[in-house]
Design a protein around this ligand. Sequence first.
Ligand code: AAO
Length: 482
Amino acid sequence: YKNPHYAPGRSTMVHLFEWKWDDIAAECERWLGPRGFGGIQISPPNENLIIWQHNRPWWERYQPMSYQLSTRSGNAQQFANMVRRCNNVGVRIYVDAIINHMTGTWNENVGTGGNTANFGQFSYPAVPYGRNDFNWPECYIQPHDYGCCPERVRNCQLSGLKDLNQGTEHVRRMIVDFMNGLIDMGVAGFRIDAAKHMWPGDLRVIYDRLHNLNTAHGFPSGARPYIYQEVIDLGGEAVSRDEYTPLAAVTEFKFGMELSRAFLGGNQLRWLANWGPQWNLLASADSLVFIDNHDNQRGHGAGGNILTYKQARPYKAAIAFMLAHPYGEPQLMSSFGFQNTEAGPPMDNRGDLISPSINSDNTCGNGWICEHRWRQIYQMVAFRNVAGSTTINDWWDNGSSQIAFCRGGQAFIAFNNDSWDLNQTLQTCLPAGRYCDVISGFKSGNSCTGKTVTVGNDGRAHISVGANDYDMMLAIHRGDQS
Ligand code: AAO
């Protein structure tokens, strides 16, 4: 369950938060496939409660009404079409699976597929679920439960969301059928929402009943779905990430927290020389990593001071470090713009989602940020693909916040987060030649629109990243020789 089964030569996934299935299919064909992205985490595809009381907040999608594939992102046919078109261009789909709970209790009770529930009776006829399928008696997770009481974290309600009992055969069967339906349609894996709130033993039973990935969609025979479990573990709690790594991969929230701190100047970059498990991060193969996610970019979940698109310069640098470094399975966030942390994605007055528009410079409009279309980010996706399975060599630092390293003989990157210029002749480990910096520009014909780096026969080159440059890094690789 720890292999994403990317198509050959690909390595990075992007969370297209709240995108419509038709738009994702188009994005696979026009952008993600050609640019070498590995996969996409999609928003929950199953029916959710409509919450007009909060003007259709983004979080209504975390309140399941049924497992029917009917949401603001599209219906079952559009879903199947998206998966097929994305797999055809080598881009995998990972589903955000909300299997810990159903809805909370609201005055409104109509779902995006038109189904209803009776909250008082714990009745969700469109699954169907009834009272016996939920943990009983009702209790609510309190903040201090995280420190003391694993059984309350697993058996009580998270934020008042009706807590399914995955120990029962009926609940297991409903969840497994839902997930297997998606696997048969060609998805490559799942994010397991709120995994901390489910018993590892129950999850193991569910995972082991999942089908192999669908060979008709290009997966090798016998391939198991990639599973990454959302467990927020910053230390000091009764439930630990180590209970989940024997099952499948786990989201590593310390990763974005520490890199945000470093690139905001709270830690010198030289300390990143031993980035990885020595920082008390999970083992690399167990770890799904990101700078921000849909929760912590807006103050939900855990961790303050997380870099987001709103602090673009250090954010791009943190992303570049994540993609240049071999540790973990990286995930990019692709956001819609927001001021209000509860606000949902761009919509018209009927509540239908508005598609992103695509500008002539490849960026997005209509309220969508599309970080995955920022040059400094998508060109680092290509950098990671070129670096492949190489490890780090020729680490250099100035004893402060100027660092540089090579990835085998494939790629080289330098960062300057000091307040003075970086001007050094450094070992790049690349063959002699002229290379285009993929951060300040791109290769155009035989020249570079940004900085050009000339590597000598000894592999060394003069590297310059000014303290006031637009970006704080410079990156070159063998795919972009000029
Ligand atoms: C909404 C409303 C609620 C209403 C509810 C029911 O906002 O007022 O009661 O509906 O009707 C999302 C939103 C929720 C929303 C929910 C359903 O974030 O606001 O509730 O949809 O619409 C915990 C879980 C983690 C979860 C996170 C948000 O462990 O699994 O809370 N994330 C996922 C999704 C998320 C979604 C759900 C789960 C539910 O990614 O989008 O919720 O499907 C500690 C614990 C964490 C815990 C946090 C927050 O963290 O460790 O496990 O996350 O507390 O409760 C420091 C500590 C750190 C600590 C943190 C916060 O940083 O170091 O460990 O402080 O105390």
